[in-house]
Every structure is written in C-alpha cells, then in structure tokens.
Design a protein around this ligand. Structure first.
Ligand code: ADP
Ligand code: MG
Length: 595
C-alpha cells in the first residue's frame, strides 16, 4: 500500500521518459489529433444539411434566410436560395471537400504519429542499451539476463503502445465530446440521458477492469521473463542438453510457462473486449427503452422516427468512439506496469550515466604508459553479494617486460585478481597502480595497454576478420595488422589454407573452430591494438597437452617483448615465467617452486 502511494503519476512518468524535443512533438501530435477530431465531427454533422437539402429543401431555404450571415454568404457566392438544386450541389461539393481534406489530414497525422512512435522507440531502446553497456561490470554479476532482454524486446514497445493509447484516448474523447455537443443541440433530453448512461458505464468499467488488467500486466511481464529464460538456457546449453538427453525437461518447462502466458493473453483479450459488448448492449437497451417508454406514454409512434434516425446516424459514430475510449483505457491499464519498469530503469540508468560522467571527469589525468612496474597494493576484496573475503591485504608486483606466472587451486581467486587488475572489479581496499598512479586516474589509457585472453574466447558469428578486429568498423580495419597478429598467434598458415581466408565465418560462438584455434583467435584479438601488457587467465587450461604446448609456444614467443601475466593451474604452463606467484587463502605470495 505504502509503495503504491509513492508511485508517480502516469503523466509524470511519461514526462520523465521523454526528452524536451519529444515532448514538443507529443504536444504537436495532440493538437493535430484535436483537429482530426474536429474534422471527424464535421464529416458526420455535414451529412445532415445535405440530406435536408435533398429531402426538404424548403426547410433549409427558410433556415438560411433566417440567419443573416448565411444569407449574405449565399448572396456573395451568387447562390439562389430559392432554387433547391443549387444549394444541394453547393452542399455536396462542400461535403466532398470536407471528406477529402479530412482524410488527407488523417493520413498525414497517422504518418507523424507512427513516425514519432517508431523513431522514439528505437531511440529509447538504444538509450537503454547504451546505459546497460556503461554500467559497472559489478552490476552484471547478479543480473537477470532474460529480464534485461525483455526491457528492449517488449517493455519499451509496450510503453509506446501505452503512449499511443493515451493519444488515441484523447482523440476519441474529443470526437465523442463534439459529437455529443451536436446531438445535444438536436435532442437535449435524450443526449443528456445517454451521456449519463455512458459516463456511469465508463466509470464502472474503469473501476472494475483497471486493477485486474494491471495485475495481468504485471503477471505477464514475469511470465515473459520466465519464457525467455527457458529458451535462453536451452539454446545456450544446447550441447549439454543434447548429451544429457534433457530436451524434454526444457521443452516441458518452456511449454508450461508458455501456457501461463497464453492464459494471461486470453484473459487480457476477453477483458479487453467485454467493455465493448457491455456498452453496445446498454446503448441499445437504453435507446430502445427510451423510445418504448415514449410510445407507451404518448402513444405516438411517428414522432419517434426522427429521434431514431438521428440516433442511428449518431450511434454509427459515437458507439465505436465510446468503445474505443474504453479499449484504450484498458490498454493503458494493462501496459502501465511496463511503463513503470521502463521508468525505474531509465532512472537507474540516469544515475549510472551521472556516476560514469563524474568518474570520467575526475579521472582525466595524463595517459598512463607503463615504464617501470604495476603494483597491486594491499588489496582487500569481497564480491558485492557475499561477505566472504576473497583477498585480504594481498600484494603483488609486475615489472615491465617480465613474465609473471600466477597459480593456485581452483576457486582461490585467480580470476578475481585478474578482474581487479583489469579494473572490472573494484577493490574494497587498496589500489592498482601503474608506475605509482592509480589506474582509475586515466582508466581508458590503462585499458588501452592491456590485452586480455580468457579461458573461453567470446566469438561472434561473423568473419575471422571481424572476430579479430572486434568492435571496429569494417572500413577502419587494418588488414596488414590482422595478418601480423595472426602470424604472432601462429594462426596465419591455417587462415591461408581456408578457401575464404579472413572472410570465413566461424559459426555461432565459434562452433566451427577447434579449441586451440579459438584461443589463437583470442590472442590475435588481444594483440591487435599492440598492448604492452598481456593477461592470460587460464588461456590454455581447456586444451589438451599437445595443443596447450603449441599455444604456449606462441605465448612464450612474447617473452621479454611484452609484460605478461599468465594464470594457470598447471605448473608447467608457467615454467618459463620470470616470477611465480601463488594465490591461496586470500593472499598472493612468491611461490618457491622449481619446475
Ligand atoms: P579461480 O579463478 O582461482 O578459480 P575465482 O577468482 O573465479 O577463482 O573465484 C574465487 C572465489 O570467488 C570463489 O570462491 C568463487 O566462488 C567466488 N566468486 C567468483 N565469482 C563470484 C561472484 N560473482 N559472486 C560471488 N562470489 C564469487
Ligand atoms: Mg578462474
């Protein structure tokens, strides 16, 4: 309850998620939609004089004569009011013009509206994506990936469906209002009666349906995340799923969460359609009831003909409008949880943006360039979601040009210390220095000096060239440099033997490469920017002895030319290192071992 009270209003959330320019466009669109409403009303009400001109021209002529302005207009255009055909033709011409102008304008408005929705949606999705990528690495440790996907795939599109719903709601409300105004002039009592009936109906519907649709919206978001989770897990772990023969388990769970989603979709569709049916029923009962009561009290059936025909015309326009108002209201209620989530997310993102900007501004000192040594100064660290200290007052030194080997049992914290060295994780105490300067004083230049090769190389389903020049635009890729690093990684012969050479695509996550080849691609990628420091985190652990020896040969060829940090759990992997450290019990000590 407390939480609900604190929830910002719908308009406040919308105002927050759009920037100034978008808000201006939104206002412009509202104005255009207002004119659409006026034109729609004009279109409906302009039929009446034309029908009158054809059926009883005398009434119309008298009407025009009574109003001096209309008479003068008629004189001005040289229309003879006494000649009924003239008026009819003028009115028909007017009506045609109104419809052409109206529909052209509606087409234009639709273009503007859809353009705004589509472009802003893409802008927002990109904005969310940018903020995700800019978040500190630590934020991702416990991240819920399917939900992350859901924001861009469905929450943001739904948010725009909601905004569109509101725009349409405003438009329909204006149209209904104007049509009711016209009807009011024709039959005051009946119209007031209808307004009261529709008003009460709409109120009841919004009170009854809104909370239910809101809940379905929330449930649906959770279910969508769950469905995505089962899909992602099955596809990412396809090999394990197949070998363990657990396809059925994943299919069943995917199906079961799908059934929940299907039920929610069904309930939403039924709830969304019921107001329409309810309103139509009440409308017909009310109008026919009104007529019946009038006939019963006056006994005059013919007097009711005009009333009925007036309302038949009006109903054609009003009823769909009132129906749509209610449909848009339910739509807005259903998509509200998505808007809330996007709103919260953008708020978080804004915070991250500010923090990152502050960090960047604070850390723009002279670029770092390793001349002497890197120090890990009295590092203490625990992961954000756990109290267990991985390091307490750990210390280590890496001299320029040295090869430093780090070993230790699995789970000792070797990868953790590498992530701290890379600046991905932030030490709770202590700092990493490059020639005595904290690496965060100019973090970009720190990263520019480092090549990182993990145990499992992340490969994209693109060409070998794109995998080495990872994240570099095609027209900026230096082809000669690619061949240089391929030679250094001792992969050039293999690539030359391929019919497509550098253009060979390697399949999703490198399924078409052997383990040794994948690692060599990783080495080539790390070398591309010619970094001074190379960090290998168990880069050869997953390879068989022979392949490991071959890859190690490539790695050892950098000995003395680059500063290297080599992490391994096999001793002979770091046999050639100048200094050997051991990670154990939260400390890093010089390992006194001979190979
Ligand atoms: P190593 O690379 O030496 O095998 P790691 O550095 O990967 O070990 O892990 C060191 C310890 O930190 C392990 O006990 C592991 O359970 C813990 N750990 C690793 N990642 C996380 C994380 N994201 N959150 C909490 N604990 C973690
Ligand atoms: Mg590790």
């Amino acid at each position: 309850m407390d939480k609900q009270n604190k929830k910002p209003s719908l308009l406040k959330e919308i105002a927050y998620i759009f920037d100034k320019k978008q808000k201006r466009t939104l206002v412009g669109l509202s104005i255009m939609i207002f004119f659409v409403g006026i034109l729609e009303t004009l279109g409906v009400s302009a039929i009446i004089p034309v029908v009158t001109a054809l059926l009883s021209p005398e009434t119309l002529a008298k009407y025009i004569e009574e109003i001096p302005f209309l008479g003068k207009m008629a004189d001005f255009f040289g229309i003879d009011v006494t000649k009924s055909g003239d008026i009819a033709i003028v009115l028909i011409g007017l009506l045609i013009t109104i419809y052409i102008v109206k529909n052209l304008f509606i087409l234009f408005t639709t273009y503007k509206q859809q353009n705004f929705i589509a472009m802003s949606r893409n802008l927002m999705i990109s904005r969310v994506m940018r903020e995700f990528l800019n978040r500190p690495y630590e934020d991702y440790l416990g991240a819920d990936i399917p939900t992350t996907f859901r924001i861009t795939d469905s929450d943001i599109p739904n948010t725009f469906a909601l905004v569109m719903g509101i725009l349409n709601l405003v438009s329909e409300a204006i149209i209904s209002f104007l049509i009711f105004l016209v009807l009011l002039l024709q039959d005051f009592v009946l119209t007031v009666f209808m307004i009261v009936v529709f008003g009460i109906m709409t109120l009841i519907i919004s009170k009854f349906f809104k909370p239910r649709l809101n809940k379905i919206g929330v449930d649906n978001m959770k279910t969508q995340s769950r469905i995505a989770k089962w899909r992602i897990q099955a596809i990412y772990g396809l090999k394990d799923v197949k070998v363990l023969n657990r396809e059925d388990f994943f299919i069943r769970n995917y199906y079961n969460s799908g059934v929940e989603g299907a039920k929610l979709a069904r309930n939403y569709a039924v709830l969304n359609n019921s107001p329409r049916l309810l309103i139509e029923t009440v409308f017909i009962v009310a109008v026919l009831g009104y007529v019946a009561v009038n006939i019963a009290t006056n006994g005059n059936t013919s007097a009711m003909i005009t009333t009925l025909s007036t309302f038949a015309v009006a109903a054609m326009r009003v009823l769909p409008s009132v129906n749509r108002i209610n449909t848009y209201m339910t739509e807005v209620a259903y998509h509200r949880p998505c808007l809330d989530f996007v709103y919260e997310n953008l708020q978080d993102g804004m915070k991250v943006d500010k923090e990152m900007a502050a960090l960047k501004a604070a850390g723009q000192e002279a670029p770092l360039k390793l001349n002497d040594k890197i120090e890990l100064n009295h590092i203490s660290f625990h992961y954000p979601d756990s109290q267990q200290m991985i390091f307490t007052d750990a210390h280590m030194e890496i001299k320029k040009g040295q090869s430093v080997g780090i070993m230790g049992p699995s789970g000792a914290g070797k990868s953790t210390i590498v992530d701290i060295l890379l600046g991905l994780l932030h030490a709770n105490e202590g700092e990493i220095t490059c020639d005595g300067t904290n690496i965060f004083k100019n973090y970009e230049s720190w990263l520019a000096q480092i090549g990182y090769i993990p145990q499992s190389i992340y490969l994209i389903d693109e060409s070998i060239r794109d995998n080495i020049a990872f994240g570099i635009d095609a027209d900026k890729v230096d082809e000669d440099r690619i061949w240089e690093v391929l030679k250094e990684a001792q992969l050039d012969e293999f690539i030359k033997s391929l019919p497509d050479g550098l253009d060979t695509t390697i399949g999703d996550r490198g399924v078409r490469l052997s383990g040794g080849q994948r690692q060599r691609i990783g080495i080539a990628r790390a070398l591309y920017n010619n970094p001074e420091i190379l960090v290998f985190d168990e880069a050869t652990s997953a390879l068989d002895n022979e392949t490991e020896a071959a890859v190690m040969e490539a790695i050892n060829s950098f000995h003395g030319k680059k500063t290297m940090v080599i992490i391994a759990h096999r001793l002979n992997t770091i046999a050639n290192c100048d200094v050997k450290y051991k990670v154990e019990n939260g400390k890093i000590t010089i390992a006194d071992i001979e190979v």
